[in-house]
Design a protein around this ligand. Structure first.
Ligand code: PLP
Length: 359
């Protein structure tokens, strides 16, 4: 068996131990004589799996009791609608910080239902930094403020949380959830598609403060109400059963690794290897201002499109795949989520050094 180092932004690498465990349990989950894929979601065997997934996530993320954990479908993109439909119930107004494509899409979608204000943007420099924001910039009667905690495409991340006073903060953590410790109580709602750092595509996790659930705009479809899912333990309809099971294995893996603090330490080490090289290289350079750099997504360029293309092709031939940058930035992007081992980043940097010397 030969496995590549996969630098995809998502779906992305999963820990080998998780895939092996899933393989072992594929045909017969825990003596049940069935695959998890074949189980009724109403069976006690499956109930145990989803209960354990939730319990583990609560444990590793230290989620307070007054927050619900929901396992949903529809990707982070569906949250772009669910958030305003459920949370902008008082004044039908919310503030958005525009830090990339996903933030822009969240803002645009909200604008279909409510007054969605863009209070700051870093579009002027291709989203290569995070605009400074604070509570003085908020619309006084906005129902919430929305930020994208880690900008997957542009490689920026809030290394210090902005001070929004007591405004309800909603955040898209699709590409950084489980990568660092987070004080959940600073947020009203956190959402994340699983396929970046948590499991396979098809599961979306929402962590929402209980008092924000219950009301929704009149037009909200049943399936897009948080209350529908919160009242039914994420089982109003058939949940993405197998995906939730893989998420559970990932949570177990994180716990066995020593928890999120231990994972974060490794993530810092991995990112440092790559950023240190980018800062010293004459050929490659990072595109993000140092203070806003992401540990998860590292975009970089050379000064020529031909050289970028040559690098991506040669890297692929050596087993470093999916290094092509997003079409709006060009160049390269290495996504180094939790499952990417330190050796993967070391091997990539060794290859970059070799490429630089040869070109
Ligand atoms: C990938 C991504 C999305 C879109 O996720 P889907 O699950 O494809 O809808 C939204 N926000 C961020 C930050 C992402 O990285």
């Amino acid at each position: 068996m030969s496995r590549v180092y996969n630098f995809s932004a998502g779906p992305s690498m999963l820990p080998l131990a998780v895939l092996e465990q899933a393989q072992k349990e594929m045909l017969d989950m825990g003596g049940s004589g069935q695959s998890v894929m074949e189980m009724s979601h109403r069976s006690k065997e499956y109930q145990a799996i989803i209960d354990e997934a939730e319990a583990l996530l609560r444990e590793i993320m230290n989620i307070p009791d007054n927050y619900k954990v929901l396992f949903l479908q529809g990707g982070a993109s569906t949250q772009f609608a669910m958030v305003p439909l459920n949370l902008a119930v008082k004044n039908k107004k919310a503030d958005y910080v525009i830090t990339g494509q996903w933030a822009k899409k969240a803002h645009q979608e909200a604008g279909r239902f409510i007054e969605a204000n863009a209070i700051a943007s870093s579009a002027d420099k291709t989203f290569s930094y995070l605009p400074k924001v604070d509570k003085s910039m908020l619309t006084p009667d906005a129902d919430y403020v929305h930020i994208t905690y880690n900008n997957t495409i542009y490689g920026t991340h809030y290394n210090t949380m902005p001070d929004f006073g007591d405004k309800i903060v909603v955040t898209d953590m699709s590409s950084c959830i489980l990568s660092e410790e987070v004080d959940i109580s600073k947020f009203g709602l956190i959402y994340a598609g699983a396929q970046k750092n948590m499991g396979p595509a098809g599961v979306t996790v929402v962590i929402v403060r209980e008092d924000l659930i219950g009301e929704a705009l009149d037009i909200t479809p049943t399936m897009l109400k948080y209350s529908t899912h919160a009242d039914n333990g994420s089982m109003y309809n058939t949940p993405p059963t197998y995906g939730i099971y893989i998420c559970k294995l990932v949570y177990e893996w994180i716990k066995n690794m020593g928890g999120i603090a231990a994972i974060h330490e490794i993530n810092v080490k991995k990112a440092k290897i790559l950023y240190d090289f980018l800062d010293s290289s004459k050929m490659f350079k990072g595109t993000v201002v140092p203070e806003d750099r992401s540990l998860m997504n590292v975009p970089f360029v050379t000064d020529s499109d031909e050289l970028n293309a040559k690098f991506i092709a040669e890297a692929k031939a050596k087993g470093f795949i999916n290094l092509k940058g997003h079409r709006t930035v060009g160049g390269m992007r290495a996504s180094i989520y939790n499952a990417m081992p330190v050796e993967g980043v070391e091997a990539l940097v060794a290859f970059m050094k070799e490429f630089e010397a040869n070109n």
